[in-house]
Design a protein around this ligand. Structure first.
Ligand SMILES: Cc1ncc(COP(=O)(O)O)c(C=O)c1O
Length: 461
């Protein structure tokens, strides 16, 4: 009997698994909110995504591979666009960007937020209209700003006084009047991991509201008159489920907007409340539908505008994870299964922290299932780990897999569309996996697998 099997079967996880994790009645069952919408388990037992069996996808594209459910991605874009009708939905490209996804974002009528010259280059290469782009970043270089201006990027979200100076100089040089938003640090402690909370005071983004820098920045831009100040921006963090953070953020930003009006008689036209809407990585996560988010956020903005006697600015939001995250699952092949007696069963897969750093970086939780077959074996509490030379190379900290999981099995991990491929590395010189889009029974590679030749091509020494 494998380590944990007896305990797991009796629901006694001791201190080895989180106390919310329950022994599943059916270890082959899929919890719908965790999986891309077209994923099902066929009668033969293998998972299918976009109408294609993972057995065929593994045979054709190899593992590990990110499998993108294109229908799901489009549905999420449409849900956000419909829910936030009258507002602008900027897809946060940092969550995952490639030309095919940019085209989907364009076709679905969304806007696009980029935050580096590289992301700008991908968006432009895919033909995305620059005027529907926003450009973010706390340290944009002069050359990145120049490229954004040359391309005609719709708005630049300024993040420091130095950036205001750089952009002002570039605008004078080029005779343009770039539209800008000021990123405001509203002092909200978002209830999320420290590294993905972005509006508390002690971090690098934005202009402090409490310290007066945000007001000073707005007044400077207005008084100089070189940049076109369109509005204020706040992004409080990521993987947020509780809209009270947005409420505080909207209130504080709109109070600042009222102060600016009182000081200069200018009513700013736009308000961007950022992204950060949470998704389900495990059964513990209970994300809101886009329609509910929209209802709550619109209500908050209406109430705060009324309280400050402000004309309602045009709202924008910047969801990344909530659009692409749930549309992707990663398919791995199991290489080894190791029972560490009395402690834990480690299931090693052929990827790991190089294709998903979030577990190591943010202590993120994920789920997994046996993907290539259904199994009659009882549930076994396992830890899914990668192939890298780090003991922190964990993909899924705790998950029940069938007790007969073995080398050669396929394992799928859902919720890997956001901040996985985009944060992927070549640690241990492991080439990065491909992204394969699947739709209506057909698959196509949209980002090809990296090869060792690709890695060696950079090594010119
Ligand atoms: C300014 C800004 N907007 C939007 C996002 C997207 O966040 P999420 O993918 O959690 O929606 C981020 C994420 O870091 C961000 O920094």
């Amino acid at each position: 009997m494998r380590a944990h099997e007896a305990g797991a079967l009796h629901g006694d996880l001791g201190n080895r698994g989180p106390n919310w994790l329950r022994v599943p009645e059916d270890v082959n069952a899929l919890v719908p909110q965790l999986w891309p919408r077209t994923v099902t388990r066929t009668e033969e037992g293998a998972l299918e995504i976009g109408g294609v069996s993972v057995l065929d996808l593994a045979a054709e594209h190899g593992t590990p591979a990110y499998l993108l459910d294109e229908a799901d991605l489009r549905t999420r874009c449409r849900d956000f666009a419909a829910a936030f009708a009258g507002a602008d939905v900027y897809y946060a490209g940092k969550s995952f960007l490639c030309k095919a996804v940019v085209k989907v974002i364009d076709e679905e009528g969304l806007f696009l937020d980029v935050c580096s010259g590289g992301e700008l280059a991908v968006a432009l290469a895919a033909g995305f209209p620059a005027e529907r782009m926003g450009f973010h970043g706390n340290n944009k270089s002069v050359s990145e700003l120049r490229r954004a201006l040359d391309a005609g990027v719709g708005r630049i979200i300024v993040d420091s006084f130095q950036e205001i100076d750089r952009l002002t100089a570039l605008a004078r040089e080029s005779g343009t009047r770039p539209a800008v938003l000021i990123r405001v640090t509203v002092g909200v402690e978002a209830h999320t991991h420290e590294f993905i909370a972005t509006a508390h005071e002690d971090q690098k983004f934005g202009f402090s509201l409490a310290g007066g820098a945000a007001f000073e920045a707005a007044i400077r831009v207005l008084d100089e008159g070189v940049l076109d100040l369109r509005g204020l921006h706040s992004h409080i963090g990521s993987q947020i489920f509780d809209t009270s953070g947005f409420e505080v953020s909207a209130r504080r930003v709109l109070e600042l907007q009222a102060q600016i009006r009182d000081a200069r008689g200018v009513e700013l036209e736009e308000l961007d409340l950022g992204g950060g809407f949470g998704i389900a990585y495990t059964t513990q996560d209970d994300p809101s539908a886009a329609a509910d988010l929209a209802k709550r956020i619109n209500k908050i903005v209406d109430a705060e505008c009324a309280a400050e006697n402000l004309r309602r600015p045009r709202l924008s939001i910047e969801p990344g994870r909530a659009i692409v995250g749930p549309a992707v699952m990663t398919l791995y092949e199991v290489g080894t299964v190791k029972d560490v007696d009395g402690l834990r069963t480690y299931v090693s897969v052929d990827g790991g922290m190089s294709d998903n750093i979030r577990t190591a970086l943010y202590d993120a939780s994920y789920s997994a299932t046996l993907a290539g077959r259904a199994s009659p074996a009882p549930p076994l509490l396992a830890r899914v780990v990668g192939k890298h030379c780090e003991s922190g190379d964990i993909v899924v900290k705790d998950e029940f897999l069938p007790a007969d999981v073995q080398p050669g099995d396929l394992v799928a991990v859902p919720g890997t569309g956001a901040y996985c491929r985009s944060m992927a590395s070549n640690y241990n010189h492991v080439p990065r996996p491909p992204v394969v889009a699947v739709r209506d029974g057909a698959s196509r590679v949209i980002v090809r697998r990296e090869t060792e030749e690709d890695l060696l091509a950079l090594d010119v020494g």
